[in-house]
Design a protein around this ligand. Sequence first.
Ligand SMILES: [Zn+2]
Length: 105
Amino acid sequence: MQENKAKCNDPRCPVHGQLKTRGSRLIGLVVSSKAKKTAIVKVDYTMYLYKYERYLRKHSRIAAHNPECIGARVGDTVSLAETRRLSKTKSFAITGVLKQKQVAA
Ligand SMILES: [Zn+2]
């Protein structure tokens, strides 16, 4: 887990703000962080198909709140926590960076 760089004034920060998290917790890969304080996180999951008795690999793209004190960037592996609905498409918040993107030396 990444250390918290600084305190932030974001009320929607799950660490420093008043935002409560409840429900599911997920781990995913940041695929876009273009929007301000929002990141698109790809979450891989499997679904069992009874007909073929095999697992189907699926993924979903989740819009998550990306507070400035965490500042996850594209390529980072992050943990998510479900929150109340923050906007039309956001109901998750990033709670930490588990693995930063490896930069080729
Ligand atoms: Zn914060």
